[in-house]
Design a protein around this ligand. Structure first.
Ligand code: HEM
Length: 399
């Protein structure tokens, strides 16, 4: 499942589309993945919710299903992360990417994960969220410890869990200070109000009956770097790797990347991500007996307590839902793309994240990028998932 997942899931879709094992059940078709992700009361996030809450010291939208906390706080944060921000965030990310690429150009190569992808992700935290961290490196170390050691600690290693929880406590303390300082600065400032997310939250008058006090604001602010700093660079690495594997597609994408309007380029990134989405499996726990795919040949009774893995990476290759899925086609309808999840827990940051991921890949391709020979050029991933190093060759030409 970790290494040869595309072939494995193709076999499952053909022979065991709902794959029941004593330990877990894997759901592989588009229709069944949609069913699981749409029924939050049946298939809950209890599989990882408690680990996330341990790091954040309390509930968070992604740790709760169909609760008032989830409903109101996701609504509040959706109002803060406006879809119309995407243009300005893209600009910010493009500038940060060019800076990183300029710095690396003389060397003719770049370690893309830290020098480019995470560099841009942390700049977005500073410039768009208003969360620069004590330093970018410290903020990046916290997200890594919370997400990689805490959240993705499937085997429950106690030392890693403790490291994740300590990082969570440090991040929350830091954000408490940010809130205090920014409140004072915003109250004293004249001129147009700053538009980062911290400033917007501070300026928003929330009625007391919503119960969104400072503790709740801080948890939701923590969710911004936590949702972004690991998954954004993760998606960038997957997209670049998939494009580099296809020289014909890469040549077309490079031409599209040169156009001033990115709209012809972005679908190359989306299609690359269909071939390798960053979140390949979304874990859920079945809370009540449920008949999945009722009335179809796949009909399966899922008993309460079953650990269920919904596989968007497989669903996007289901020929029953996606035309000629093995072909790299840029003109696919958007609803066939599941890399931002769907349903109750669909990604909060999908609009700005989409713009930034595409823009970083676009700026990289414009410079002329190539793979280095294996093993030096192989991306290195922690826990088979989180990119930690990816050496790429760059043309040394100026922009
Ligand atoms: C601005 C950047 C981002 C932010 C602030 C963010 C934040 C979040 C949050 C808070 C949730 C939980 C929503 C809920 O509980 O309803 C979520 C879900 C999700 N996000 Fe993001 N995210 C960002 C970028 C990304 C990227 C780059 C990807 C991958 C391409 C991604 C993929 C997902 C997926 C698959 C889910 C669904 C998880 C599930 O259902 O189990 N996100 N995101």
């Amino acid at each position: 499942m970790r290494t040869r997942w595309r072939a494995f899931f193709a076999e499952l879709r053909e022979h065991r589309p709902v794959f029941v094992t004593p330990a877990f059940t894997v759901v592989t078709t588009f229709a069944d993945v949609r069913e699981v992700l749409s029924l939050e009361r049946v298939f809950s996030v209890r599989a990882f919710g408690p680990r996330l809450e341990a790091a954040l010291g309390g509930p968070f939208m992604l740790s709760r299903d169909a609760t008032p906390v989830n409903w109101r706080e996701k609504g509040l944060m959706q109002a803060m992360l406006r879809p119309e921000d995407a243009e300005a965030v893209r600009e910010l990310a493009g500038r940060a990417a060019d800076e990183a690429l300029d710095a690396a150009a003389q060397r003719g190569r770049i370690e893309a994960v830290h020098e480019l992808f995470r560099h841009v992700a942390l700049r977005v935290c500073a410039g768009y969220f208003g969360i620069p961290g004590p330093t970018p490196a410290r903020l990046g170390a916290w997200t890594r410890a919370i997400i990689v050691d805490g959240f993705a600690n499937y085997l429950g290693d106690p030392d890693l869990r403790a490291a994740g929880e300590q990082a969570g406590a440090d991040l929350l303390d830091y954000l408490r200070g940010v809130l205090k300082e920014r409140r004072a600065a915003i109250a004293a400032a004249e001129g147009p109000p700053p538009q980062d997310i911290v400033a917007r939250l501070i300026r928003t008058r929330l009625p007391d009956e919503l119960g969104v006090d400072d503790d709740r604001l801080i948890v939701n602010l923590a969710g911004l770097p936590l949702g972004w700093v690991e998954s954004g660079p993760g998606a960038m690495a997957e997209a670049v790797e998939q494009l580099l594997l296809r020289p014909g597609v890469l040549a077309e994408a490079v031409e599209a990347a040169k156009e001033p309007d990115p709209s012809r380029f972005d679908p190359y990134v989306w299609e690359a991500l269909r071939f390798s989405p960053f979140f390949k499996l979304l874990p859920r726990v079945c809370e009540q007996d449920h008949v999945l795919a009722a009335g179809t040949p796949r009909q399966t009774r899922i008993p309460a307590g079953t650990f269920v893995l919904a596989a968007p990476c497989s669903a996007m290759f289901d020929a029953g839902a996606v035309e000629s899925p093995e072909e790299f086609r840029v003109a696919r309808p958007h609803h066939e793309r599941l890399f931002f999840g769907m349903g109750h827990h669909a990604c909060l940051g999908a609009d700005p994240a989409a713009a930034v991921v595409c823009e970083v890949v676009r700026r990289l391709l414009r410079r002329g990028v190539a793979s280095l020979p294996s093993p030096e050029g192989d991306p290195v991933r922690l826990a088979h998932t989180f990119p930690d190093s990816y050496q790429l060759a760059l043309r040394t030409e100026a922009r």
